[in-house]
Design a protein around this ligand. Structure first.
Ligand code: ATP
Length: 233
């Protein structure tokens, strides 16, 4: 579904991605793990064309999307949930979700998707009229994921969804990722929580200073000596 080939990205003089290649096959959960500053968020931002690629290819459903504008990439079926729950604090929960469907005109399906999001996150239904800025951190994270789902993505990219959440909510988020995946949505997941991420993932990539240094099936990486030492403590 998504195929990244020899991708190079710079921020001014900083070479943030140094020839990254990876594959996200349809229907799979793929995770990127790696230390802070390794380039994981940069990769997601570049896929959405929020950051320009210097060279390399990003194929989504066989088409190179490197120069495609971000809104068009969303329309083609990629949703990204950035780190840090960027919701609209002055709008209600419902309004935030509805904005996820901005540009869609299939009202019947939009309503179905909204009901699906409420089913995944019953708390969002309970709090649908609450100003989103007053939701708890965990609720805002759920809202951010819900809003991404309202674009009806084929590929959902999540940047550290468990960051800053209490352990019980971390479990819940991973449970929800499984649930979303069961609905046929392909997932690319960035996580600091390597253990939880590798447990849900079909495949994983380890990123270090702008390079993929290791990759393999989730359970393979889970048992790899290198990964255990560096990321699982
Ligand atoms: P984290 O887990 O801490 O978010 P990451 O793996 O997602 O880390 P990136 O955010 O992709 O890492 O950053 C990769 C490198 O690019 C870092 O050295 C970072 O300082 C640098 N970088 C990121 N964004 C910018 C920017 N807007 N301008 C300059 N340098 C940047």
């Amino acid at each position: 579904m998504l195929s990244v080939k020899d991708l190079h990205v710079y921020y001014g003089g900083i070479h943030a991605l140094k020839g990254v290649s990876l594959e996200v096959p349809q229907g799979k959960i793929v995770t990127l793990i790696g230390a802070n500053g390794a380039g994981k968020s940069t990769l997601l931002r570049t896929i959405c064309n929020l950051v320009p690629a210097r060279s390399g290819e990003i194929l989504f459903q066989q088409e190179n999307i490197v120069r495609v504008p971000t809104h068009e990439i969303v329309k083609r079926g990629i949703a990204m949930i950035p780190e840090g729950r960027r919701i609209f604090p002055n709008l209600s929960t419902y309004e935030n979700l509805r904005l996820g469907a901005y540009g869609r005109t299939d009202d019947v399906e939009i309503e179905q998707d909204l009901q699906w999001v409420y089913k995944l996150f019953p708390r969002m239904l309970e709090r649908k009229n609450q100003q989103a800025g007053t939701l708890s951190g965990g609720e805002q994270q759920m809202l951010a994921v819900g809003r991404g789902l309202m674009t009806r993505p084929a590929l959902l990219m999540l940047d550290e969804p468990s960051l800053g959440l209490a352990p019980i909510l971390v479990e819940e988020i991973f449970e929800i990722i499984r649930e979303i995946h069961k609905q046929g949505i392909t997932i690319l997941l960035i996580e600091q929580n390597a253990l939880a991420a590798l447990k849900v993932a079909d495949y994983g990539y380890v990123v270090e200073t702008g390079n993929v240094v290791l990759s393999g099936a989730g359970d393979e990486l889970l048992h790899s000596e290198e990964v255990r030492k560096a990321y699982l403590g």
